[in-house]
Design a protein around this ligand. Structure first.
Ligand SMILES: *[C@@H]1O[C@H](CO)[C@@H](O)[C@H](O)[C@H]1NC(C)=O
Length: 265
């Protein structure tokens, strides 16, 4: 081997080591929990059991955006963000990467490293997210782990309720169930003012979408904001947001967060 290629190998090895160290040792200062069901997990670009692999520029990876893996390790975030979390279905593009890239773009590098904690699972109703259940326990576990290195949870992004539109009783119970979830989370995460940004449904599995939407749009708890997804184009299944709809939603979520909370850091 020539001296030049030895040198080249050495440089590569050093760069690789440096990059890996950077990705695994650095931990985010500003952390966001992503929870809910399929439209938060992301079905953009998924047909049947296949994701088309299309990553719009708004969703590209950035060294300043990490995600907490299912193994509780920080790694560079990339689509599909929920691939190892919502394992029952094929994941595609959700709102998380567009959200993080928009926050980064708006705040510049001064904001430091962002951390995303994907927790959404498709097909889940709000009853399954109640304290004591597996989803809630997992969310609190991942959220607690995410701040171990010293970061702060800035907000929970919540997009859920499609599964609560099938029975009238579930739809009518949504408001109370959500309020209970918010107060339990704030208590268990020891942050009584934890900002929650929820999404008012664009679609539903049943006929009681308007009842759930009314509950979502009418939430009056402090530090609970609502973004309306109604009107964003849906896939042919009439239930899931397209890739571009997820991008638009992510940007809307970022703008809502920035408008209300970015003065805090
Ligand atoms: C990552 O984000 C920073 C801060 O906004 C930006 O300057 C940089 O160009 C981005 N990198 C990529 C690869 O998009």
């Amino acid at each position: 081997m020539s001296a030049i290629s030895k040198l080249a190998l050495l440089v590569c090895a050093v760069l690789t080591t440096k990059f890996n160290l950077g990705a695994s040792v650095s931990s985010p200062g500003n952390i966001f929990i992503l929870a809910g069901q399929s439209n938060m997990a992301g079905r953009g670009g998924v047909t049947g059991a296949k994701w088309d692999g299309n990553v719009p520029p708004e969703c590209t990876p950035n060294q300043s955006i990490l995600r907490l893996s299912a193994q509780l390790v920080w790694e560079q975030a990339r689509e599909p963000l929920h691939a190892d979390i919502d394992i029952g279905k094929t994941c595609g593009v959700g709102p998380g990467m567009a959200f993080a890239n928009e926050v980064l773009r708006a705040k510049g590098s001064s904001i430091g490293v962002l951390g995303l904690v994907p927790c959404a699972v498709g097909g889940t109703n709000i009853g399954q997210w109640a304290r004591g259940g597996q989803l809630y326990t997992q969310l609190v576990r991942r959220a607690s782990e995410s701040v171990k290195a010293g970061g702060t949870i800035r907000a929970v992004l919540w997009y859920q309720g499609e599964s609560d539109t099938v029975n009238r009783a579930d739809a009518e119970a949504y408001k109370g169930n959500f309020e209970r979830l918010v107060s339990d989370l704030r208590f268990d995460l020891r942050n009584p003012n934890l900002p929650i940004i929820q999404v008012a449904l664009a679609s539903g599995e049943g006929q009681f979408v308007d009842i759930v939407r009314k509950a979502q749009l009418g939430m009056t708890l402090p530090n609970v904001k609502c973004i309306d997804a109604k009107g964003l184009p849906l896939k042919p299944d009439n239930l899931h947001l397209t890739t571009m709809s997820e991008v638009h939603l992510g940007i809307k979520l970022a703008n809502a967060f920035l408008a209300s909370y970015s003065h805090q850091f």
